[in-house]
Every structure is written in C-alpha cells, then in structure tokens.
Design a protein around this ligand. Structure first.
Ligand code: ADP
Ligand code: MG
Length: 598
C-alpha cells in the first residue's frame, strides 16, 4: 500500500492504460512515473478523483496499490544540437544509446535523455555582449553535422540584454549566454525543453507557394505539394506508400527531414533503420542521415508511444523550422497512429464514433496537420521557415470511405491516391492520375514560370487533358472497338500512353530514374507532348495514323527518362527530332501528292 501523500496509487490496469487515484495536483498531459520501476506515462483523462494514465511501456506486472509519481511537467522533448542523425522511439528515447547501454531491446523504465549529456559542441556566437535580444533571436551557431548548421535561439519568453555570451566548446547543459537586466537574468543553455502537445508559436502563417521538389514526376508536375503544405497518400497494402515516403525523405529539397515510422510493420521499420543510415544525399554527397531525424516505433513497442510519436516528431520539426529551415516530415502510417488512439479511447470507455474511432479523431488529425505551414518565425528580424507534412494512410481493404482517410482528406491540400490495380500492372508510383489532386497547383504553376519555363503549365494542362480523354476513349473502345475512333482520337490514345509510360512511371530503384530535377521533368514532358502536338499536325495534313504511331522516334522518347541530369541537352535535341520526324511525314506526303498530280 502507498502511504506517502506525494504519490498516487494504481486502482486498475488495462493494457497500456492505468487508472490511479490520490495523485496530488494532477493536470491533463502531465508526465507521471508509474510503479516501482517508474515507467513513463502521461495523464490523458481526469475523472473525479481518478486519473487515467497512458503508459509508454509494457504494463505487465503492475497492479492495484502500486505507486504513481507526479513529475509536475508535461510530456516534453529535448531540443538542441544532436537531434539530427538520431534515431528515437516515440517518446524521444534514443534507440542507439539504449542499445549500447542495455542490449538489443529497451528495458522498462530506462531513462536515457534525448540529447547526449557528454557530447561536446563548438558554439560560435553571432551576437555580442550588450546586444538587445528577444525570443527566437539567434545567439550563435553550431555545426551540428556536415550539412546542418544548428542555430541557437533565445528561448521562448526570454528577452533583454546579452549580459554574457560564451563561445567555445560546450556540452548541451552548459550555460552559453546570460540574458536579461542587471537585477533579473536568465541563463541560456544549448538544451531547451518543449511540451510536445503544444505547437511552438510563430509570428504569422503564410500561404505556401514554392513547390517542394521531390524528384518524383507524378508528384512535382501533376500533383505538387508546396513547402509548408500538407499531403496524404492513402493506399492499400503493397501499393507503394512506404516507397513514396522514402523517396521524399531521400530526394526532397528540404533542409531537414523528419521520418516517423508509426509501426506500420516491424520489418518495414527495420528496413528504414538499416537502409537510411547507408543512403547518400544526392545534393551534398554526405550521408543522408546528416539532415535526418528518425522516429521509429517498431510493432513491439507499446501503442501509447505510437500515439505520442507524431507529436514528438512535429515538435522537433517546429524547432528546426524556427531556425529558418524548410523541414519535410513524413509519417508512415497515420492509420497506425489512429488505431493507437482508438485502442486507448476504448480502454477509457469513451463513446465510440465511426468504426470504433473516438469522435475527436477528426480534430486530433486536424490539429496535427495544422502544425505544418510556411511561417514568419518568432524573432526580432525577419526569418521564414516551413514544415511540409506528408502522411501515409492505410485504409483497410483500400476503402477510402473509412474514417481516417475521410478525416485526413478534410484537412490536407494534396491527395495522392494509390491504386492496387496500377501496382499490379507495375505502374509505379501507383498514383491514380484521375482522382488525385493538389490545391497548390495554381500557385506552384506560377513558380514554375520563374523556376523553369512559362511553357510548363500549359504542357501539364494538355497532358492531363489527354489522360482524361484516354479514359473516356477507353470506354468507347471497350464498347465498340478501336475502329470507332477517328485518327485524331487514335493518336490521343497513343500520346496518353506515352504520358503514362514515358513520364508518369518512375522506377525508384533505377539510379537515374529515381530522381528527376524540375528542369528534366519539363524537358521530358515537352518531348512527350511534342509527339502529340506534331503528330496531330501531321494527321491534320493527311498523314496516316499508322505511320505516326510506328515511328521509331517513339522508342527514343521511351528511353529519354534514363538520360542523366548532366546530359539534359540530349532531351532537348530529341524533342526537336520528334518535331522534325513528324514534319518529314507531312512533306513526304506533299511530295507524293504533287507527284500524283502528274
Ligand atoms: P505499402 O507501403 O503501400 O504497403 P510499399 O511502399 O512497401 O507498399 O511498396 C510495395 C512494393 O511496390 C515495393 O516493395 C516495390 O517493389 C514496389 N514499388 C512501389 N513503388 C515503386 C516505385 N516507385 N518504383 C519501383 N517499385 C515500386
Ligand atoms: Mg508501407
């Protein structure tokens, strides 16, 4: 029995949920320690004298009468240098450090801090003593990794004069600056804490307009996401959600990548853990981990940790955004997160909503995605940063009408709908071009004109129209047969096929094809569409459709995606060749007609 009045007492244990009473001064989302082994837990419900605690570790062995210790603080993450290259679990325990200390699996109650207390960092001040600073201002920098410069910011709520600034080598807990006035001052360390369930404040949110270049043609050209935007990628098992998320993590032109594996399947997470540290960043030539933070919930980790993982991830993302960086966050898959929410809600005996999910599923999802955005950072000068969030959704049986998909679609601005039919046909990425959409398209198209060419938007519109026309024509062909089509329509079918196979299909495992710059995407699409434009003109002049279709230049178009980035002029030449070939058909026809006159 517990006698100490400073601690609460367990009355009931139900899976990851513990009900306790007599806990002094309990508040929602306070962190507590449960049982004698002091397992980490978080208060998620207050009901009369009882509090419900979700426990981030296996609760086996706990029972009524065991103690519950308050900590007085909320579930928080540690922010500071050393986050990048880390691999954490859902409550920011570093998996590698744990492994070193305790062997291959996490012991319960293990307390390893998120940031190393012994590692040393070279801090270069960028302000001088006497300077006036306020929250968010940059005090100095640390080369966190070969590619990431850590900007040490004045913590929230702190402002005043820099009374002291200490450059040099420091551990995260060392004081690097003293800020305030002579009678009241604050010591600033490299380590700051932030409660994960609260969004970090920003000056103002702006509408995202600049595309996040992912190097994936169907995404960047057809359904782009803007930096600071939100996207979801729902699809049945095996349709390519994880590959898309990995491709974005590898190739996106973001400064910092946050990858959250929400326990999709144990082995998928293992893949991430094994594969990611090996990958090389194509932009910097450095290992990709040098700009990446991984959060991994393997399937044997408790559900509550999975529920927390998305908040841990987005809080770290916000911290780097506050430094003025563009951050891309992938969550694979938010369905596993929602299931964790459902399980806990069930244990709380809350009134279930659709398919057993709690009624607040929609609000929770919305408040997660709302933490994405392009912002003016909180500081005295001007600084912008962004978080782009891409969430995978795994609807059971691929049924998009299920609650998690529906609630997600209500908040995100981009929808990449994966289809198993396409995946079976090995059309990858299996994004269905007829149902997918991007609400950033108009803004992004304006950027294309600046970044690549004013011609780009028209090419995209025409290509999309061809794909739509194809699906209508396919219906006619199915009912009446190909003979029912006019030569112009036959050409449209062939051109649409080329858009699909030569442009949209992209092999993530081919060294060259895996990534296309925006310039290459433009040139490639222009080449594909040259066949359509020049082919139509030729047919108009009376050239036989079968001559156009059988032209060997089409094989060259099909191979164009394998032309490397440093030889893009070859795609430009090919485009000219396509037009020349079609014009030659017409002129040969003219010669023939002239001869026939004799
Ligand atoms: P999900 O996460 O939806 O269950 P995955 O992302 O694991 O599906 O993809 C399943 C398989 O589909 C991959 O192992 C791979 O063989 C294939 N695949 C998906 N996308 C691509 C792509 N862009 N290029 C080549 N193969 C792909
Ligand atoms: Mg997957």
């Amino acid at each position: 029995m517990v006698e100490d009045s400073d601690v609460g007492e367990i009355v009931k244990v139900s899976g990851p949920l513990v009900v306790a009473r007599n806990l002094p001064g309990p508040r929602m989302y306070d962190l507590v320690r449960v049982g004698d082994s002091r397992l980490m837990g978080e208060i998620i419900e207050l009901r009369g004298d009882n509090v419900s605690v979700q426990v981030y570790e296996e609760t086996g062995g706990l029972g009524p009468g065991d103690p519950v210790f308050p900590t007085g603080g909320a579930l928080s993450v540690e922010l500071g240098p050393g986050l990048i290259e880390s691999i954490y679990d859902g409550v920011q325990r570093p998996l590698s450090a744990i492994r070193e200390e305790y062997g291959n699996y996490i012991e319960r109650g293990v307390d390893v801090p998120g940031l190393s207390r012994t590692r040393e960092w070279e801090f270069k001040p960028s302000v001088e003593e006497g300077a006036e600073v306020r929250q968010g201002d940059i005090l100095g920098t640390i080369q966190e990794t070969a590619v990431a410069e850590h900007r040490v910011m004045v913590p929230r709520g702190v402002s005043g004069r820099v009374l002291e600034i200490r450059g040099g080598v420091h551990k995260v807990t060392d004081v690097v600056a003293v800020i305030g006035s002579d009678d009241k001052s604050v010591e600033v360390t490299l380590l700051q804490k932030w409660p994960v369930r609260n969004a970090r404040p920003v000056k103002v949110k702006l509408a995202p307009t600049v595309p996040l270049i992912t190097g994936q043609r169907v995404i960047d050209t057809f359904f782009p996401v803007a930096k600071g935007g939100t996207a979801c990628v729902p699809g049945p098992f095996g349709s390519g959600k994880t590959v898309i998320q990995h491709q974005i993590a590898k190739w996106a032109d973001a400064d910092i990548i946050l990858f959250i594996g929400c326990g999709e399947r144990g082995n998928e997470m293992t893949e991430v853990l094994l594969e990611f540290p090996e990958l090389i960043d194509p932009y910097s030539g450095e290992p990709l981990m040098k700009r990446t933070v991984l959060i991994a919930n393997t399937s044997n980790m408790p559900v509550a940790a999975r529920e927390a993982s998305v908040y841990t991830g987005i809080t770290i993302a916000e911290y780097y955004r506050d430094m003025g960086y563009s951050v891309a966050l992938q969550a694979d898959s938010t369905s596993r997160w929602a299931e964790a929410l459902r399980e806990i809600s069930g244990r709380l005996e809350e009134m279930p909503g659709e398919e057993g999910f709690p009624a607040y599923l929609g609000t929770r999802l919305a408040s997660f995605y709302e933490r994405a955005g392009l912002v003016e950072c909180e500081c005295s000068g001007e600084r912008r940063g962004s978080i782009t969030v891409v969430g995978a959704v795994s609807p059971p049986g691929g049924d998009l009408s299920e609650p998690v998909t529906q609630a997600t679609l209500r908040v995100v601005k981009v929808f990449w709908g994966l289809e198993d039919k396409l995946a079976f046909r090995r059309h990858f990425p299996a994004i269905n071009w007829l149902v997918s959409y991007s609400l950033y398209l108009d803004e992004v198209e304006k950027e294309w004109a600046r970044m690549v060419s004013p011609e780009f938007a028209k090419l995209r519109t025409d290509a999309m129209r061809l794909l739509q026309e194809e699906s209508e024509l396919q219906e006619i062909v199915r009912l009446i047969g190909i003979e029912a089509l006019s030569p112009r329509e036959r050409l449209a079918m062939e051109s649409a096929k080329s858009v699909r196979e030569d442009f949209l299909q992209q092999n993530a495992y081919d060294v060259t094809d895996s990534f296309s710059s925006l310039k290459k995407q433009f040139l490639l699409l222009r080449c594909v569409m040259a066949f359509e434009y020049a082919g139509s003109a030729a047919i108009e002049k009376g050239v036989e459709i079968r001559d156009v279709v059988a032209s060997p230049v089409r094989e060259e178009i099909a191979q164009a995606k394998f032309i490397p980035e440093d030889e893009l002029d070859r795609i430009e030449e090919l485009e000219k060749k396509v037009r020349d070939t079609m014009e030659e058909f017409s002129s040969r026809l003219e010669v023939k007609e002239a001869l026939d006159l004799f």
